[in-house]
Design a protein around this ligand. Sequence first.
Ligand SMILES: Cc1ncc(COP(=O)(O)O)c(C=O)c1O
Length: 417
Amino acid sequence: MDISNFDLKDLVQDDSISLNQKMDILHNVIEEAKRQKLYLYFRTTNGPSEDHIQATSLETGKPRDMIMMASNNYLGFTTNPEIKRRAIEIIEKWGIGMAGPCSLNGNTVLHQELEEKLARFKHCEAAMIFPSGYSANIGVITALLGKDDFFIGDELNHGSLIDGARYSRAERLVFKHSDCEDLERCLAKCEGKPGQKFVAVDGVYSMDGEIAPLRRIVDLCKKYNAMLLVDDAHGTGAVGANGRGSLEHCGVEGEVDIVMATFSKAFGCFGGFIAGSRQLITWLRFFGRSGMYTASVSPVIVGACLAGLEMMQNHPELIRKVQENARYVRSRLTQMGYKTSNHETAIIPVFLNDRMKTYSIVKEAYERGLFLSLIEYPAVPHGTERIRMTVMATHSREDLDKALDLLCELGKKYGAI
Ligand SMILES: Cc1ncc(COP(=O)(O)O)c(C=O)c1O
């Protein structure tokens, strides 16, 4: 079976076959990709997620050591000894979960303390924790918008913002990526119409590591009286002089209505939160259904995030280090002839715009001890396939050089540079 031309979009859109047939086809394609040792999703790792990991070779089926450059563990917090110590202390004292939602029995003093500290960190009045960043976005958008409202989003927004807009049933308008003129066109289109105008952008775009032009976006939202949500999943802990994220970097702290972030990146954990005005958070506690109709985040996670937040604030050298590592990798990739983005984030795309080249390089790098992410449709449009590299504060210069030397060799071998 030739799987190189398989197109997920064609399969989904094919009206001539039943759902069962589609599932059969997808299953067979995946099984074939596994047989051909080309299945680069759901790779198994064996141990903690750090700068060096053990992962299972597709060729031999055996674990081997690798340099990890595909994790969002930007500050190395997944295994930070102090954070682990605090999490263990909490588990001993509090157990593993609260077995109920925050609104009833699951709201501990730890949750309250973390929410207060997160709000201050994000220069907002209040915050609410959600079980994930995904559910935070779904919760806030569906709590605020209905079918008579307008959701205006960047075309490269994260799927959770897109899904939130879908579930809200608001009218959806999409503007070209980081194009403020196009955003203004959308805002002007809704002007004078009843209904809430709501703009949502990623602070840092997860697939290309670019920072949104927040200064201009904030000004436009003020001009058109639109509410603004910034998803700062990848900015928090990695961007800005103090790691407070894309809002700090762009000088707009305190000017954005809704700031969302997650614990699944720089915090090295899972869970998410929304920060905003006191009124917004009160509203969310009653209408943010994805936070309300679910159990509260475990105290272990809350404790780990409290420790992580302290660590972010007390150790700016970690933030400087991740930023320095990112600059180094970007500059060496550019010198080699790779095309990347030049924003100050820990996400470094290597644009190949060719599916087979991307597969070949990611696969061979993996077998030779470098774990990279393969990015293709539906995460990004067809023809914009890329490798996604991420750096951590804990990567040594030696790790980075090893990874970059290998990428240089493979880029030449597969005609990418
Ligand atoms: C920009 C962005 N927003 C939201 C999320 C969802 O966060 P979480 O992993 O906490 O559900 C992600 C994670 O993939 C993300 O990259």
